[in-house]
Design a protein around this ligand. Structure first.
Ligand SMILES: Cc1cc2nc3c(=O)[nH]c(=O)nc-3n(C[C@H](O)[C@H](O)[C@H](O)COP(=O)(O)OP(=O)(O)OC[C@H]3O[C@@H](n4cnc5c(N)ncnc54)[C@H](O)[C@@H]3O)c2cc1C
Length: 432
């Protein structure tokens, strides 16, 4: 093979797709432990959004206004590119340009929405990120406590698993070999570059690519590159016409509030509500198995929370609940790295923003692997690797403390109390 890729999620699939588009004669293999789309790519909330993993004000503060602008522009183009490929390759992923409404639920959240709008405006994206007052926002969706919203029309939504499966078929059509149910046990680098698996060895003349995202810490060499964070989803039964009439939400925008613990809602094409939240607590040693009781408790809390958004759902049935793991790097930045000497490349750390960002990362990495100049190499995701996470038990202690503090901060804000005394510390440790 020329390139051997660990992981059949969007990262691995987009990398293969653009490699083969640029040079159809390349030999590319993808090795996937389960099936393509088994990881976050097949089970996410479906927001194919213009949001980069770092907030616009953080991009601006860290990299300067020009780079922040280039990054946001690249994200807009990325959303269009995902839609273009779906159309061109006949991928039936329900790609729809429904936009996003980032809501202020309660007066205490209004400042955060205004600040986000101000940052976009400063960077020249004010016209594409509109500040809506209470009445205008409520006209779009009747959420309890809604006070304002940031409306981003040029964001999309997809059916995530269909995107992953459709992409897998597209890269196979272009000649890639996909080995499913094959686990990589070790990555060999240098002249001997190869993926050692439980079913044999896949050698790579040009590079091996680590595209295992939240599961990467289990692979030797990536133990502290990122941490897996759980994210949970509950799905309602299809709503009745009466329930939809009460809720509104005819535009089907992605909805989220300013909660520190994160929430995201998607209206599915078959008339259900998908409600997602940062899920169960971090597991010691960056584990991605165990903690089932915590997942069950989280789902139960989320069913209750959704009724807090829309009281008309008091008796709604919930048909599905699941969780998955997303990857977070130490500075919350996405990473696309290629060490030519070691013939080792990696792309990871999209937080909860990978549906679109993986496409950008895959395009960038394919250019890097082919030694082709690209303006994308000026973007923050090419400036890694991020600093490593702390060793255990410090990592567990720090992350668990921040997760607990974020929950206390949300509780205080929701009930109109002052933030906890340690809110500043928690933000310094846990925010981007
Ligand atoms: C519940 C949830 C909701 C989310 N919602 C959104 C959203 O709405 N919008 C958004 O932008 N992002 C969202 N995300 C994040 C987004 O889904 C991810 O950023 C993106 O899918 C990452 O793609 P990936 O290919 O890098 O990783 P993954 O899809 O996780 O793929 C990694 C693959 O590597 C395989 N693998 C790992 N180790 C090995 C090994 N040793 N050998 C072989 N194969 C291996 C895994 O089986 C997996 O299939 C969400 C994530 C979750 C979990």
């Amino acid at each position: 093979m020329d390139v051997a890729i660990l992981g059949g999620g969007y990262s691995g699939l987009w990398t293969a797709y653009y490699l083969l588009q640029a040079d159809p004669s390349l030999e590319v293999a993808i090795v996937e432990a389960e099936i393509c789309g088994y990881g976050a790519s097949g089970r996410n909330g479906g927001w194919c959004s213009t949001r980069y993993p770092l907030h616009p004000h953080v991009l601006e503060a860290r990299y300067g206004a020009e780079t922040a602008r280039e990054t946001i522009l690249a994200m807009y183009q990325t959303v269009d590119e995902v839609g273009r490929v779906c159309a061109e390759e006949g991928i039936d992923a329900d790609f729809r340009m429904n936009g996003i409404l980032s809501l202020a639920r309660g007066e205490a959240q209004v400042a955060a929405v205004r600040a986000a709008h101000a940052a976009y405006d400063r960077l020249g994206f004010g016209a594409g990120n509109l500040l809506l007052g209470e009445a205008e926002a409520r006209e779009r969706v009747n959420v309890v406590g809604i006070k304002a919203a940031l409306h981003t029309p040029r964001s999309a939504a997809v059916q995530p698993a269909r995107l992953a499966r459709g992409l897998a078929r597209a890269v196979e059509r272009r000649g890639a070999a996909i080995y499913e149910r094959t686990k990589v046990t070790r990555i060999r680098t240098g002249e001997d570059a190869a993926l050692e698996t439980d079913r044999g060895v896949v050698r790579a003349r040009r590079a091996v690519v680590a595209a295992g995202e939240a599961y990467l810490p289990e692979v030797p060499g990536f133990g502290r590159a990122l941490v897996p964070m759980s994210s949970s989803i509950v799905l309602t039964a299809p709503l009745s016409e009466r329930q939809w009439a009460e809720i509104g939400w005819q535009g089907g925008e992605g909805l989220g509030s300013q909660a520190h613990t994160v929430d995201y809602l998607t209206r599915t094409p078959d008339g259900r509500i998908l409600y997602g939240s940062r899920g169960a607590p971090y597991l010691f040693g960056s584990a991605t198995t165990g903690g089932d009781a915590a997942f069950e408790r989280t789902s139960e809390d989320m069913r209750r929370q959704l009724c807090g958004w829309f009281p008309v759902l008091q008796d709604v049935g919930f048909t599905h609940a699941w969780h998955g793991f997303l990857g977070v790097s130490r500075d919350w930045n996405a990473n696309v790295v290629f060490d030519r000497g070691r013939r080792l490349a990696a792309l990871y750390g999209y937080t909860g923003r990978g549906v679109s960002t993986t496409n950008l990362a895959g395009r960038l990495l394919s250019s890097m692997l082919l030694d082709r100049e690209t303006p994308l190499s000026r973007l923050p995701l090419a400036r890694g690797p991020s600093p490593r996470w702390e060793p255990e038990p410090l990592r567990w202690l720090g992350i668990r403390y921040v997760q607990h503090a974020m929950k206390r901060m949300d509780d205080a804000r929701d009930s109109g109390r002052a933030p906890p005394a340690d809110a500043g510390l928690a933000r310094r440790l846990g925010d981007q």
